[in-house]
Design a binder for this molecule. Structure first.
Ligand code: PLP
Length: 396
């Protein structure tokens, strides 16, 4: 009868990974499932990046690097932040980690104390609340409505702030909503953060994937005051189709970077050396294939949005970024479908997986039970077939 960690017994397993596992199992059993559950680009890592990794394996030195990342990669990150985000940082501001998820883990460990509150807009990326809890802090949720493109409103933010508010998580472009904050919206949030002495945790991992002429703006680039209290998170996974390489990074004030570097030096040491060299090529090399991927995502997005809005009692707004659509299922909640009552988004997801053989992540995973998240990181063919299956199942 050994007592295990009470704190960590409260950490929920990731619902998105659970659905993914069930889908993979069905596929392994020979069942033809169309998956809208995926959270990673379905493209190959660009060949110049792969070749850079092969070159290091053949001729490079693959020892440990500095625990917080290769100096040359930190330089390449600084160049990128300057050129693309108008942000001026030095290598000492940068910590390279094993994916942006690890960066986020380091952040909350570095900034939180028991009793601290971290504001998380709903719908949120599944890991945020758990990462906050792991750091002994309390997630404070703010509901954001579809009518406001799922974005945080100034008045709601103001009413959630207390003397214990330590940070606000801002994820633009957003997973799961695809929302992109405008400069004006960021300015409002920045003003509130400065006035109330709050840190902004700015997860910009989807920045390369914006559409309809939208431009990604980093909140840290608005002015020096907000830059000082913002921790920018980015990484190679989504924009460079490098999910399995596990490289993410932060840019922050030096005092925060130092703590994160110390934590990482004991927890994991440096992220994979080969992946770090490959990331230098990713950031400095030809960006052509990145734009090709973005265009493919854009075409699928338009198709998916139009098709969803054709299906009876389903709807969605047009997301401006990332590769997800939030499908509104509120008209189906409480209804009976072929003898089964749909109580919530999990029932809806299970019904579609079991009967239509389509995998979708229930909105409950993101705190938004009236919605389902569909990823369009899958072929146009799959998107057509998957949405036809849903349409047929719901309407016959
Ligand atoms: N942040 C958001 C919003 C994400 O969707 C993800 C991945 O799903 C991550 C961070 C973590 O990405 P990685 O750890 O692969 O860099």
């Amino acid at each position: 009868n050994i007592t295990l960690s009470k704190k960590n017994l409260n950490i929920a397993p990731s619902v998105t990974l659970t659905i993914d596992a069930k889908t993979k199992q069905m596929k392994a059993d020979g069942i033809d499932v169309i998956s809208f559950g995926v959270g990673e680009p379905d493209f190959q890592t660009p060949s110049n990046i792969k070749n850079a990794a092969v070159e290091v394996i053949k001729n490079g030195s693959i020892g440990y690097t500095a625990a917080s990342g290769l100096p040359d990669l930190k330089k390449a990150i600084c160049e990128k932040l300057q050129k693309e985000n108008n942000l001026s940082y030095q290598p000492e501001n940068i910590i390279v980690s094993n994916g942006a998820k690890h960066s986020l883990y380091n952040i909350f460990q570095a900034i939180c104390n028991p009793g601290d509150e971290v504001i998380i807009p709903i719908p949120y990326w599944v890991s945020y609340p758990e990462l906050v809890k792991m750091a002994d802090a309390t997630p404070i949720f703010i509901e954001c409505n579809e009518e406001n493109e799922f974005k945080l409103r100034k008045e709601d933010l103001l009413s959630a702030i207390t003397k214990n508010t330590k940070a606000i998580i801002l994820n633009s472009p957003s997973n799961p909503t695809g929302s992109v904050y405008s400069k004006e919206e960021l300015e409002e949030i920045a003003k509130i953060a400065i006035k109330n002495d709050i840190i902004i945790v700015a997860d910009e991992i989807y920045e390369k994937l914006v559409y309809d002429g939208e431009k990604h703006i980093s909140i840290a680039s608005l002015n020096n005051e907000i830059k000082e209290r913002t921790i920018v998170i980015n990484g190679m996974s989504k924009g460079y189709a490098m999910t399995g390489w596990r490289i993410g990074y932060t840019a922050s004030a030096v005092e925060i970077a130092k703590i994160m570097g110390n934590i990482q030096s004991h927890a994991t040491s440096n992220p994979n050396t080969i992946a770090q060299y490959a990331s230098i090529e990713g950031l400095r090399g030809d960006q052509f294939s990145i734009e090709e991927m973005r265009k493919a995502f854009d075409e699928r997005r338009s198709f998916m949005v139009n098709r969803i809005n054709e299906i009876k009692d389903l709807s969605c707004i047009t997301p401006k970024g990332a590769f997800y659509v939030m499908m509104n299922i509120s008209k189906w909640i409480g209804k009976e479908v072929k003898g089964k009552k749909i109580e919530n988004s999990i029932d809806f997801a299970e019904m579609l997986l079991d009967n239509a053989k389509v995998a979708i992540v229930p909105g409950l995973a993101f705190g938004a039970d009236n919605f389902m998240r569909l990823s369009y990181a899958t072929s146009l063919e799959n998107i057509k077939e998957g949405l036809n299956r849903i349409d047929n199942y719901l309407n016959i």
